[in-house]
Design a protein around this ligand. Sequence first.
Ligand code: MRU
Length: 365
Amino acid sequence: MSDPSDHPSAVRTIEWRDGSVLMIDQRKLPLVEEYVTCSTWEDVAEAIRTMVIRGAPAIGVAAAMGMALAARAARELPRDGFTRALQDATKGLFSTRPTAVNLGWALAEMEQVWRDQALAPKAAAEAMERLALQIYEDDVASCRSIGAYGAELITVEEPVILTHCNAGALATAGYGTALGVVRAVFARRPRLRVFVDETRPFLQGARLTAWEMLHEGIPADLITDSMAGYFISKGMVTHVVVGADRIAANGDAANKIGTYTVSVLAKEHDVPFYVAAPLSTVDFAIPDGSHIPIEERDEAEVTHIAGSRVAPEGVRVRNPAFDVTPARNITAIITDRGVVLPPFGAGLRGLAAEPLSKEGDPCVR
Ligand code: MRU
């Protein structure tokens, strides 16, 4: 496992504990720091569905660990029973949240192991545990790499970065994607400041990003989503950096609802708009963002705030959890393998086809 200092206050987002998975309950943060223990893949699926754990890369890591739990529970079964149990777990975990591509990606990685007929169930279960831990470790390394590439891009002395949702340590195995860039820039430019969109309806910005920034001593102002245009139009934001749940082959990027609005504001006011995500967030199977499934969540997230009703009973509600920012609004995509400039299609494909570039040697396309 990685250095606990990757995490705010040494709090771990998710951890494998020899036969169970521990997660900090992100529904209760920042008021309560409580851990949930998942002993079965069904527990993990429920934790993903109910947002105990959220954020595309963290969902992928959780799904991999959920599969490791499923394999451990089925390892004494004959091969047929083992395969059936893992098919069920894959289906159950896949159905939890549709938008983040990391979920399907992690399940496909695990499937390559349990489908391997050369491995007896017990050996497959052990290999799956090792792979789940590897996916965890790789995610932290990816985030650090995204941070390093991002810090090469943001070179003004006093950057003011606006971010939406939480693409931080809590949304990943550690360090974060968009907040990985913020962390890496802050290490070089201590006069950095951050605007944190509160991110209605689930308030990932107000609850999670604000908490991470406070714990790291990074100066941050929390604003409501509707204030972003005010600060951007006054020239008070130098860069926007957000994460992504799925990036289509042409660079269209799905992220938390409200991200598209920020991208339009950034374009209108000539503010660079960066999407930070590992290359595993790119779904090369879909040509553009119109193919990205958008999750619709419970209406109570809109009608209620912190459990209290604020809208009248009986009102009709819509609650899409994500929107798609078109590639034309994105200045650059900061991946763990390098920075991609428009047009994104060829650049993303090129990065995916190439062996890893030398660490610390930013690769710009
Ligand atoms: O609904 P959530 O909280 O899972 O949405 C999270 C986001 O939109 C993040 O910005 C995205 O997953 C990137 S996380 C590194």
